[in-house]
Design a protein around this ligand. Structure first.
Ligand code: ATP
Ligand code: MG
Length: 438
C-alpha cells in the first residue's frame, strides 16, 4: 500500500463520487514510495477536462495538454485526462491529443517504469513493475526504449536528470538507447533543455549528472564549449587534472546549492581551451576569465536564461581570478565588492572554495578566511562625507567664503576623490585640494 496524504485522498474521492476513475500518478507517487518530499501532485482521470472543470469550479484550464490545475492548500494539483501517446512537446492544440479509455493505456505513454505507477490510495496499478525498479534504484523505459526516446528527445535528459536527483542507475537497454539516439536532443526546444539542465545542476549529484551527459555523448549537444576542455592538460601548473576533469571535481565540491553558482563553477575555466598556450614547457591561459565569461554569456543566451541569471553567471566567471592576498588595501576590497555586487560576495567565495577543492588543495586557507572577514568589515563601514578629514569650516576658512551650497559641493568633490583612493583622506593633502577643486 502507498499511503497518500489526506488531501490527496480527498481529492481523488471528489472525482470518483461523480462516477469517474481517478488516480495519483507520476513523480509524487514515486517520491512517496521513496520516502522523499513531494512537490506537486499529478492525477490522471477518465473524465474530460470539461467534466473536471464542472466538478472543480475553482480550477483553471490553460495549457495545451488537457491538464486542469487546482490550488489545494498551498500546493497545485494537476489533473489530466487519460491520454494515448501524442508527441509530448509538439502538441500545439488540445484537439491533437487523443484521449485514452483506460488507466493502462495512459501509463503506457509515460517515460519510465518508476513514473508509471498509479494509485488511489488502495489499489495500485503498476504494469511495468515500477515499484521493483524503485526498490532496485533503476531507471528503465516503459516499453521499447528506442521508441520512447523517438517520441520525445527530452526523455534522454530526463533519464540522466532522475539519475542525478535520486542516485539511481540507468538500466542497460535504456542506456544503450540513449547513446544510440543522441541526435534527438537537437529537436527539443532550448527552454526544455535548459529546465532539465537546471534540475541536474540543482540535484544532489550534479557532477555525476554532467559526467553521465558526457559519457552518453549528450554534452556535445548541450554544452559543446565545455567538452572542448576534455584533455586540455595543465602541465607545469598546480593542477594535476585536465581542465574538464577539474571542472567536474570543482562542481562536485561546490558548497553552494544555487544552480547558477554551480553552473559558474562548472564553466569557470571554459575559456581555457581557447586561451591555451605553452610557454617554456608550461601551460598558460592568459585572459581565460575574460574569454570564459563571454563564452558563458553565449551559453546563457542560447539556453534562454533570464537576464538576471545570465548576468550573474557572466560576473562569477569574469571575476573568478580575484586575489585574496593579505596585502590588499581596503580600497581593493571595496573594488571587489563593487565588481561582483554586495549580494554576490558569498557566491563568489564559494566558487573559489569549489575551485580549490576541485584542484586538490585544502578546503580553505587563512587568507581566504581573512578575506571573507574583511569583506564583512569593509561593508560595515561604507565611508560618507562625514569621514573626510576636513569639514565645512575648513573649506570656508581656506577659501574665505560664507556658509552656502558651495561648501557642500566642494566637500562632495573631495569625497569623490577619497572614495576612489582612501589613502588620500589626509588632512594636509585635503587642505591643499580645497583650492584645487573649487
Ligand atoms: P519532477 O516533478 O520532480 O520534475 P516528475 O516525475 O513529477 O518529476 P513531471 O515532469 O512533473 O515529472 O511529470 C509528471 C509525470 O508525467 C511523470 O512522472 C511521467 O509519468 C509523465 N511525464 C512527464 N514528462 C514526460 C515525458 N517527457 N515523457 C513521458 N512521460 C512524461
Ligand atoms: Mg512532477
Amino acid at each position: 500500500m502507498i499511503t497518500l496524504p489526506s488531501e490527496v485522498k480527498k481529492f481523488i474521492q471528489t472525482i470518483r463520487e461523480v462516477g469517474f476513475e481517478c488516480y495519483a500518478v507520476g513523480g509524487s507517487v514515486r517520491d512517496t514510495i521513496l520516502g522523499r518530499p513531494t512537490h506537486g501532485w499529478d492525477f490522471t482521470t477518465s473524465a474530460t477536462p470539461q467534466e473536471i472543470q464542472k466538478i472543480l469550479p475553482d480550477s483553471y484550464y490553460n495549457n495545451n495538454f488537457g491538464t486542469v490545475g487546482v490550488k489545494v492548500a498551498d500546493d497545485i494539483f494537476e489533473i489530466t485526462t487519460y491520454r494515448r501517446e501524442g508527441k509530448y512537446s509538439d502538441v500545439r492544440h488540445p484537439d491533437e491529443i487523443s484521449w485514452a479509455k483506460t488507466i493502462e493505456e495512459d501509463l503506457a505513454r509515460r517515460d519510465f517504469a518508476m513514473n508509471a505507477i498509479a494509485t488511489d490510495g488502495e489499489k495500485i496499478v503498476d504494469p511495468y513493475n515500477g515499484q521493483k525498479d524503485i526498490a532496485a534504484k533503476i531507471i528503465r523505459c516503459v516499453g521499447n526504449p528506442g521508441d520512447r526516446f523517438a517520441e520525445d528527445g527530452l526523455r534522454l535528459m530526463r533519464a540522466i536528470r532522475f539519475a542525478s536527483q535520486l542516485g539511481f542507475t540507468i538500466e542497460e537497454a535504456t542506456w544503450q538507447a540513449i547513446t544510440k539516439n543522441l541526435g534527438l536532443i537537437t529537436k527539443v526546444s532550448s527552454e526544455r533543455v535548459r529546465d532539465e539542465l537546471i534540475k541536474i545542476l540543482a540535484s544532489d549529484f550534479p557532477a555525476d549528472g554532467v559526467k553521465l551527459l558526457h559519457t552518453a555523448g549528450l554534452l556535445d549537444h548541450i554544452l559543446p564549449e565545455l567538452t572542448k576542455a576534455v584533455g586540455v592538460d595543465q602541465k607545469g601548473t598546480h593542477h594535476v587534472d585536465d581542465v574538464f576533469t577539474h571542472s567536474l571535481k570543482a562542481l562536485a565540491a561546490c558548497p553552494n546549492p544555487n544552480w547558477v553558482v554551480r553552473l559558474a563553477v562548472l564553466l569557470h575555466d571554459v575559456g581555457k581551451p581557447v586561451t591555451y598556450k605553452e610557454v617554456a614547457g608550461r601551460a598558460t591561459f592568459h585572459g581565460h576569465e575574460v574569454v570564459g565569461a563571454r563564452v558563458a554569456r553565449n551559453i546563457a543566451d542560447r539556453l534562454h536564461f533570464s537576464k538576471e541569471d545570465r548576468e550573474k553567471l557572466y560576473m562569477l566567471v569574469r571575476w573568478h581570478m580575484f586575489s585574496v592576498s593579505e596585502f590588499l588595501t581596503d580600497a581593493a576590497i571595496r573594488r571587489f565588492i563593487r565588481r561582483v555586487g554586495p549580494d554576490n560576495t558569498t557566491d563568489m567565495l564559494d566558487l573559489r572554495t569549489a575551485d580549490r577543492l576541485g584542484s586538490g588543495t585544502p578546503k580553505t586557507s587563512w587568507r581566504h578566511e581573512q578575506f571573507r572577514q574583511r569583506i564583512i568589515e569593509v561593508q560595515k563601514h561604507i565611508p560618507s562625507v562625514n569621514d573626510l578629514k576636513v569639514d565645512g569650516h575648513d573649506v570656508m576658512k581656506v577659501l574665505g567664503i560664507a556658509p552656502g551650497p558651495r561648501v557642500g559641493i566642494i566637500l562632495s568633490k573631495l569625497f569623490a576623490e577619497i572614495s576612489e583612493d582612501p589613502a588620500k583622506n589626509d588632512r594636509e593633502h585635503l587642505l591643499k585640494q580645497i583650492k584645487a577643486v573649487k
